[in-house]
Design a protein around this ligand. Structure first.
Ligand SMILES: NC(=O)c1ccc[n+]([C@@H]2O[C@H](COP(=O)([O-])OP(=O)(O)OC[C@H]3O[C@@H](n4cnc5c(N)ncnc54)[C@H](O)[C@@H]3O)[C@@H](O)[C@H]2O)c1
Length: 358
């Protein structure tokens, strides 16, 4: 590890805290600092967990440049930008102010800090940068349990394997996706103008223990938690059949990728990668329900809402060939093992998690 210090913004969140702990575990000499404003419900549960594992927690807000410049990190550290309002429904029936100020202005504050300190940056972006309208044009077939992409597709950058980095960026994509794409553009300008080094990872669904799943974000944990604690769920949209499809990666697989990227930032500098589980690591809601029942040994009521919500997508699969070829990385943890990990975490932390997830 060439860095002595890593700053993880959004470091008490699901992805940030898991990465912080895994980096500290693998590189005990490393100083790992997790900065978070604790906006996300449940992030507060990570403070003790971080401290116990030797990660420094700083209460701070990426919307305040002073909170970043006040950190005494010296030069040449690594920043992993994980802070966000990560819901695709943010701003839909509410003000977009928080979303814009955190995801866009906050990200710019982070890049600015990195510019001044000559820090390298890994930026966690999202598959939601791809616009919705072209995604609704994908050719698909319907199997008994899910939708699947056709071999032949009418658009560039999509195949039966999923969406590659060549897919169109023309059109509306949700305010969340737009804040992330704008941040990517600013990041690339900082790279061109100031020589800022770093990598952009456009991630599909990431999941695993310590994700505070809720209706608008974190579907896998939401599904598991409802089965575990009891409650209702609904298949929303596309006729209410539950056949919509997502791919996913376990947060441990994301760590493996970032560990590689961090080790060779000179090699991956300037790259934009789609990062996801692809066809092998994908599920429909119907299939997810089946596996949740199997893992928890519990059955809950599943409702159906036929109407599709704004910004929803029938099928999203990531074509991660580029990152796989560049790094040799591929996700190793499948859905059943991921659900078992989540189940174990729910059992071990039932009382702590019940107020948030039940
Ligand atoms: N989880 C996924 O499926 C997924 C998929 C693609 C991309 N991402 C990206 O990964 C990153 C991490 O997402 P996550 O799933 O861990 O979400 P999360 O909500 O669990 O974590 C985000 C953290 O940022 C913090 N935060 C919010 N506003 C802040 C602010 N103004 N200042 C400082 N901290 C602030 C929150 O308190 C939270 O702890 C985000 O950038 C997200 O867009 C996540």
């Amino acid at each position: 590890m060439k860095y002595q210090k890593i700053l993880i913004t959004g470091g008490a969140g699901f992805v940030g805290a898991n990465l912080a702990i895994d980096f500290k575990k693998k590189y005990p000499q490393l100083t790992v600092i997790a900065l978070d404003n604790l906006k996300r419900r449940g992030a507060e549960l990570n403070i003790n967990r971080l401290k116990e594992k030797g990660v420094e927690f700083v209460h701070g807000d990426v919307r305040c440049p002073e909170d970043l410049s006040g950190l005494d990190l010296g030069k040449n550290f690594l920043m992993i930008e994980c802070s966000a309002e990560p819901s695709v429904l943010a701003g839909v029936n509410s003000s977009p102010e928080y979303l814009l100020n955190t995801n866009l202005m906050g990200a710019i504050n982070c890049f600015e800090m990195a510019r001044k300190s000559r820090a390298d940056v890994i930026f966690l972006s999202t598959s939601r940068v791809y616009p919705i309208e072209p995604l609704t044009k994908l050719k698909y077939k319907e199997t008994p349990t899910r939708y699947a992409l056709d071999e032949k597709q009418p658009l560039v950058g999509v195949s039966e394997k999923g969406i590659s980095e060549k897919f169109s960026l023309e059109g509306a994509r949700s305010l969340y996706g737009a804040t992330k794409l704008c941040s990517e553009l600013i990041f690339q300008e900082y790279q061109a103008a100031y020589g800022l080094r770093g990598v952009i990872n456009r991630c599909g669904v990431i999941t695993g223990p310590w994700q505070m799943g809720k209706v608008d974000q974190g579907v896998v944990v939401l599904w598991m938690a409802r089965h575990f604690f009891g409650g209702n769920l609904s298949y929303i949209g596309y006729g209410g059949k539950g056949k919509q499809v997502r791919d996913f990666i376990h947060v441990k697989d994301l760590f493996d990728l970032l560990d590689q990227q961090v080790g060779r930032i000179d090699k991956y500098d300037g790259q934009v990668f789609n990062v996801g589980g692809g066809v092998e690591n994908s599920f429909s809601l119907l299939e997810l329900t089946r596996l949740c029942r199997q893992v928890t040994d519990k059955k809950i009521k599943l409702g159906a809402v036929k109407e599709t919500r704004p910004n929803d997508i029938r099928i999203y699969l990531t074509d991660s060939e580029k990152v796989k070829e560049a790094t040799g990385w591929k996700p190793k943890i499948g859905l059943e093992k991921t659900l078992e990990d989540i189940h174990r975490w729910l059992i071990d932390n039932r009382d702590l998690l019940a107020p948030i997830l039940s």
